[in-house]
Design a protein around this ligand. Structure first.
Ligand SMILES: Cc1ncc(COP(=O)(O)O)c(C=O)c1O
Length: 239
């Protein structure tokens, strides 16, 4: 999770960069306004081993033994290679029931979100969120210099469906929904997602299914019929 733990440069309008090795640079390098103004995500990231780490929703039981066995079989040469993606992409596409060209492998769910921002979000684009939710949507939006429009879950953690449908009339560039949501643990039912997709005539809808292995609800089978639907999944939080 390197992005999440990265610190903000000094907030005084410019930052002095210094090289890691050799003489410190003396030039004042301008830092983008969007970076200086963004909120940081500063969770405690060190000294976590052997603790019950529930704050990042990591799998505290560890990964499957099959993963450990597969890693143990890798040769030093294979470990030193840049990864080859074609074969795993084909196998995962088969697992998800999609075409290989509909699937993009990234370095975790966070990287999938970052790639999405790089590809689709311009400075000034409107990004629709329902908070509280996974903070990386806002974080990447602020880095991109996008405009965040944040709706709120209800006091009983109800998803604000009517407000989302109304906000879609303003044609935001992207709507992000974590489903199930982090941190509320609530699930938006597929019928509600279908209503959203039908209303999102000018908006990309990103359904982040990081916890779909727990809810066993997924809209991956719908990507063929809704070209503006994107689904993010991760291995990181598997049972
Ligand atoms: C909703 C949600 N999406 C994405 C992620 C990030 O997944 P990864 O650890 O694979 O980057 C998390 C992790 O906490 C999450 O809660």
């Amino acid at each position: 999770m390197p992005e999440r733990n990265r610190k903000t440069p000094a907030r005084n309008g410019s930052a002095t960069a210094s090289a890691a090795v050799g003489a410190a640079m003396t030039a004042e390098l301008p830092v983008r306004k969007a970076i200086l103004e963004r909120r940081t995500y500063e969770a405690p990231a060190e000294g976590r081993e052997k603790k019950l780490r529930l704050d990042f929703n990591e799998n505290t039981a560890g990964c499957s033994r099959a993963v450990v066995r597969a890693l143990a079989k890798l040769s030093p040469q294979q470990l030193a290679m840049y990864p080859e993606y074609q074969r795993p992409t084909r196998r995962l596409a088969q697992y998800f029931g999609v075409k290989p060209e509909e699937l993009l492998l990234t370095n975790g769910g966070d990287d999938a979100l970052r790639v999405f921002f790089d590809a689709f979000v311009d400075p000034g684009s409107a990004i629709l969120l329902c908070e509280p939710t996974f903070p990386m949507y806002r974080y990447y939006a602020e880095i991109a210099g996008a405009r965040v429009e944040a709706l709120r879950y209800g006091s009983g953690m109800e998803f604000p469906l009517e407000s989302v449908l109304a906000a879609l009339l303003t044609k935001p560039r992207v709507l992000f929904i974590a489903n199930p949501n982090n941190p509320t643990g609530t699930l938006v039912q597929p019928e509600a997602i279908e209503k959203i997709l039908n209303a999102a005539t000018n908006t990309a809808v990103v359904i982040d299914e990081a916890y779909a292995e727990f809810s066993e609800v997924s809209v991956v089978p719908w990507i063929g019929k809704h070209p503006h639907l994107f689904v993010a999944r991760t291995f990181c939080l598997f049972r």
